[in-house]
Design a binder for this molecule. Sequence first.
Ligand code: K7E
Ligand code: CUA
Length: 691
Amino acid sequence: MSLSRRTGWLVATATVATTMVYGFACAPANRPAGAVGNADAASKVYVAPGQHDEFYAFMSGGFNGQIGVYGLPSGRLLKIIPVFSQFPENGWGYSEETKPMLETTFGNIPWDDLHHTALSQTAGEDDGRWIFVNANNTPRVARVDLKTFEATEILQIPNSGGNHGSPFLTSNTEYVIASTRFSLPIPQADVPISDYKKAFKGTISFISANEEGKMDVAFQLLVPGYNYDLARAGKGPSKDWVFFTSYNSEQAYEKLEINASKADKDFIAAINWKNLETCAKNGKAENWPVDYVHNVMDEFSRVARSEIKKSVKMLTPQSCPNSIYFLPTPKSPHGADVDPTGEYIVAGGKLATVIPVHSFTKLQQAIKDQAFETTIEGIPVLKYDAILAGEVKDPGLGPLHTEFDGKGYAYTSVFISSEIVKWKLGTWEVVDRTPTYYSVGHLMIPGGATTKPAGKYAVALNKITKDRYLPTGPELTQSAQLYDISGEKMKLILDFPTTGEPHYANAIAASKIEKQQKKYYSLAENRHPQVAKSEREAGIERKGKVVHVRMTAIRSHFAPDNIEGVQVGDTVLFHITNLEQDWDIPHGFAIQGAINSELLVMPGETRTLKWIPKSVGVFPMYCTDFCSALHQEMSGYVRVSPVGSSVPLMANTLKAKGQVARAAQRGITLPTPPGSVEGHAAHATGTPRPR
Ligand code: K7E
Ligand code: CUA
């Protein structure tokens, strides 16, 4: 959402006159409470205890840098997936294995602002493999694996200032497409800001996305120095195209609120990505040197690695003609959405009084007829009337984002007047409108961005909740509202709070995801360099000031559970391998005074916590996840001696006390009896974890 709450109010104030024309008040506080409270609505969202929801919903967490996973229609929170932000709950970004995921050319960054989600597609339909998300502030895109609900890959985007318009997927996940929100000197340079018009440019990035672990910037397109915003790739007949809104065609660089809102029309950039791909393949791009970072979580070691990339292929409108056109679009457009047939391109204008809809067929014709108004930096600007399919009149104030139900209707979120407006494709008439509580940003229909929407529910993702929930101090919750859209009239059936500030979201039939869930990581396949696949392999080793502790965890003990000979100022690396091979039996690990977080170690994986003791003493460590009846017993001690102390490095184990430690000290790994995962057999019948 580029309108902050405050700006929203300013805009609201500035448009009071317009409000009068529309004949309804825009102040959320004046709204009726809109309480649902009827049994009909309750039964529609009721998912009985023990029953599963029909859809998974993945909601961006905005400024929390995470994804919230909810069940629909119940609105129950199932999981938080940390992506761009450290997450002490499971050690994401704190454990040594996951730290490299947050690496950038600016260093290791513990936070970002996540706005948009995009489920992977095959033939224009959600396929349930991955979900991609953007980092707005330090431009990056991430791939989240929907078998493990974990971010497995993060790619930094070079030559970008604010990765807001991102990620948008082509219909077979060929590319993740992303634009720069802010134009910049490209390549970066020390130039006066007042040189904006001549020195600043934008880029659109095309990121190859279809192979796990191999995301890369395939090519970039250099575009005029405007602000670029949301987009959609085409579908069906338009599938080789992508449509980005842009604003600030005024090229203002100060007081944007006023100076970027002067022109009646800005543009949608219609880009033929297939053409660009051909141009890039045929050597039409220049290699521009620029550093950016690619981070991947290795599937078997479960250790992330970072690599620096050194250049991108840069195309320009001139080097690859007929690849980009500007479609005049009123006014400071925000959302760009393509209907399920691929024919209609809908723009949400933050300050527009209509919702313009462009026709892909007309666009093709206009290009053929050269119906150009002018050309900007080599980009033909098409005539508005030549490409317009229609305008939705009386759309409310501040139409932002549009989704589709697959039954011929479109639903547009309207920010300032806090409502959802339903209108008919083709006739452009508004057929229903319903209030949201309050200030709706995005709207989401399961599959609403695909060729096959499941037009059963719409979810409004709201910025302001005011009186809707119990108050919680100066900041109130953000929230989602669920509407039943199966009938003629939209019906509000549920409010539910969300974590962070949701922008976009996706939902997908649970059946496409639930059966493919990974239940645990295979211990046999664990290739972590410090794995201990059995208690016999556990051990301890000093290399100068670094102490490696290879520790195993299984219900209900660590091995070793007592360590001596550590000295003040040592870097102690606890490599914890969870020996369980059973679904949902993580063990946690925490040690007193650690300045990072806990670890939460999934069955079969190895995770490492770094600890630098600052004082002598004996420090307890324990399992943080209530894993078994004897969870409280799952603990141990580390004795820390002064620097130069003669206390030998020792680790006990439950078996062969001292033997493993001494062997490890001499660099010997004791053999594991073939086929035995020690401890597992003995504990497999252990007390089940309380649920
Ligand atoms: Cu409209 Cu960042 Cu998609 Cu928020 S953006 S609402
Ligand atoms: Cu392991 Cu609690």
